[in-house]
Ligand binder design. Structure first.
Ligand code: NAP
Length: 245
C-alpha cells in the first residue's frame, strides 16, 4: 500500500496535491496550521490531519517523538513525503527585515522539511519504495532582489536533495522541484509587495493579467504523475514544467 505525508494541504498547491493523491486512493497524513474541511469531508477515510505550526520547531520535534509517523506508515510498503508548506516573507532588501521573520522563514522552509525528511527516512526503512519531494522554486536557482531569505531557503532544499541523493539509501529517491508560477495566495502576496520591496513586482502582475499563471490543479497533476512514475528522482533539482510527462 502507498501512503503519503504532505505539508501545507490547507490551500494552494498543497491542497491540489492532496486532492490528486486522494483521488488515487492514497491515504494521507496532512500537516498545516489550518484544516481543509472540504478534503476531509470528501475523503473521511483517507485523510488524517495534524494541525501544527511548522515555524514552531519545538512543537514539530515533540510531534516527531510521538508514534504518529510510525503508526501511519506501519502497514505501508511504499511511502511518499511531500514537503510543500512554505512562506515567502520577509520580502524586501537585506537590512529591512524583522529578525523574527527571517527565523520563521528558515523554520518553515528549511528546518521543518529537514526534520520531516530525517524522520520519514528513519520511519520507512521497511518500505521497498520511498520517495521525498521538496517543493522548491526558480528562486532557488536565480537571484531575485527582495527575496534573499526565500531564495536562500529554497536553495537549501535543493542542496539537501542533491546530498541525500548522493547517499543512495535503500529504496529512497528524492527530488527538489520548482512548480512554476502557480495561481495561489502566495502569488497574490507577491503582487501586493511594493516595487521598493520587490523590483520585479510588475513582471508578476503581467503574468497574472495575461493569464500565464498555472492552475494549482494542473501543477499538482504533473507533480503527482512524476512523483508516482518510474522516472521519479532521475532529475534531482528540476522544474516541473520541463519534466517529461
Ligand atoms: P500558499 O497558497 O501560501 O500555501 C502555503 C501552504 O503552506 C498553506 O497550506 C499553509 O498552511 C502552509 N504553511 C505556511 N506556513 C505554515 C506554518 N507555519 N505551519 C504549517 N504550514 C504552513 O502557497 P503556495 O503557492 O501553495 O506554495 C506551496 C509551495 O510552493 C511553497 O513551498 C512555495 O514556496 C512553493 N512555490 C510556489 C510558487 C507559486 O507560484 N505559487 C512558485 C514557486 C514555489 P496554513 O496557513 O494552514 O498553515
Amino acid at each position: 500500500m502507498i501512503k503519503a505525508i504532505l505539508t501545507g494541504h490547507s490551500r494552494g498547491l498543497g491542497a491540489a496535491v492532496a486532492g490528486a493523491l486522494l483521488a488515487r486512493g492514497i491515504p494521507l497524513l496532512a500537516l498545516a496550521r489550518s484544516s481543509n474541511a472540504a478534503l476531509c469531508t470528501a475523503h473521511p477515510d483517507l485523510v488524517r490531519e495534524t494541525q501544527i505550526d511548522l515555524s514552531d520547531t519545538q512543537s514539530l520535534e515533540a510531534w516527531l517523538q510521538t508514534p504518529a509517523l510510525n503508526d501511519f506508515f506501519a502497514d505501508a510498503d511504499s511511502a511518499l513525503l511531500i514537503n510543500n508548506a512554505g512562506l515567502l516573507q520577509p520580502v524586501g532588501p537585506v537590512g529591512d527585515a524583522e529578525a523574527a521573520a527571517i527565523t520563521r522563514a528558515v523554520a518553515v522552509n528549511v528546518t521543518a522539511p529537514l526534520l520531516l525528511t530525517n524522520a520519514f527516512v528513519a520511519t520507512t526503512r521497511h518500505c521497498a519504495d520511498r520517495r521525498v519531494v521538496h517543493i522548491s522554486s526558480g528562486a532557488a536557482r536565480s537571484p531575485y532582489a527582495g527575496w534573499s531569505v526565500y531564495c536562500a531557503t529554497k536553495a537549501a532544499l535543493d542542496h539537501q536533495a542533491r546530498s541525500m541523493a548522493a547517499e543512495h539509501l535503500p529504496g529512497l529517491r528524492v527530488a527538489s522541484l520548482a512548480p512554476g508560477v502557480v495561481d495561489t495566495s502566495m502569488q497574490a502576496e507577491i503582487r501586493a509587495s511594493s516595487v521598493e520591496q520587490f523590483p520585479q513586482k510588475e513582471r508578476f502582475e503581467t503574468l497574472k493579467s495575461s493569464g500565464q499563471l498555472t492552475a494549482p490543479e494542473h501543477a499538482a497533476q504533473r507533480l503527482v504523475n512524476y512523483l508516482l512514475g518510474p522516472n521519479f528522482g532521475d532529475v534531482v533539482d528540476g522544474d516541473l514544467r520541463h519534466l517529461p510527462d
